[in-house]
Design a protein around this ligand. Sequence first.
Ligand SMILES: Cc1cc2nc3c(=O)[nH]c(=O)nc-3n(C[C@H](O)[C@H](O)[C@H](O)COP(=O)(O)OP(=O)(O)OC[C@H]3O[C@@H](n4cnc5c(N)ncnc54)[C@H](O)[C@@H]3O)c2cc1C
Length: 284
Amino acid sequence: MANAVRQLDPDAIVQGTGVVAVDNRADAVTVSLSSGESISGDVLIGADGIHSVVRSAVFGAGPAHFTGCMAWRGVIPSSRLPPHIQRDVGTNWVGPGRHVVTYPLRRGELFNFVGVVERTGWETESWTAKGTRDECAADFAGWHPDVHALIDNIDVHYRWALMSRPPMARWSAGRVVLVGDACHPMLPFMAQGAVMAIEDAITLARVLAANRNDFVTAFANYEAERVMRANRCVIAAERNREIFHNERLMEAEDANQYVSAQWNEAKVRERYNWLFAFDAVGGG
Ligand SMILES: Cc1cc2nc3c(=O)[nH]c(=O)nc-3n(C[C@H](O)[C@H](O)[C@H](O)COP(=O)(O)OP(=O)(O)OC[C@H]3O[C@@H](n4cnc5c(N)ncnc54)[C@H](O)[C@@H]3O)c2cc1C
């Protein structure tokens, strides 16, 4: 992506600095950078993630809150895993108060591991930190040997606090507009945060191209297409916490009935069809 952007404009990406302030005026918008420079333009797209400075500057939002869930994350070379785990599918392991998601990356050369655990507090200042293999294994004590085969083969066990903010009704103000986690951070339980950010970007590019001299109309069309859909994802991800972490998964017999009821084809279609039967390029 970086190469594609640089082919259009070699100077478009500036590294080693960051936005510290935003001046959103009627005639132009200006950002001040930590390097001391400032840059002005017609519009500003804030794509700066959950701790968005642009969002705070324009909407005055307070800090994100801890959701009560933390995630273990790690990447594993597939060659280290038993052959039956190296399948070209995503796998979701569910249990009371925690779940694990694994899927292949980079044409199957790597496996991604995300293990989510409910916690009452987040004790480190940083929202990402390194943990240990033993701590990660202890969080999944008694879980299936395949889960432990994955945990054992991770080199660095990262711990992430999962943060959130309430959904927003507006994503633009004056000449500033937000995309991605800056305007709709969500629990990763629909695996849709990055997907929604990409859909936002595709939609925003389309409406700006169609309204070249009228960013007000472009932003209004963008919000009309995107706000409800992304916020529905925020809520669905919250709901998946209850489904994945359900206490009924404690006892094997009840768990079987619960899984059949929650993951039969009709139920899965009901939960996900609205999500996947959508075309951001065509606009709906
Ligand atoms: C455990 C976990 C699992 C996940 N799994 C999935 C998944 O399976 N599928 C999925 O679609 N999503 C998933 N997500 C969500 C996904 O990672 C995010 O939704 C996505 O990265 C958001 O993209 P973004 O571009 O909006 O923000 P970010 O990826 O956070 O990017 C923001 C960028 O802005 C930069 N920045 C920040 N502040 C400034 C500043 N002041 N000035 C300049 N630059 C700045 C940052 O350096 C960063 O490069 C997961 C998230 C977590 C935590």
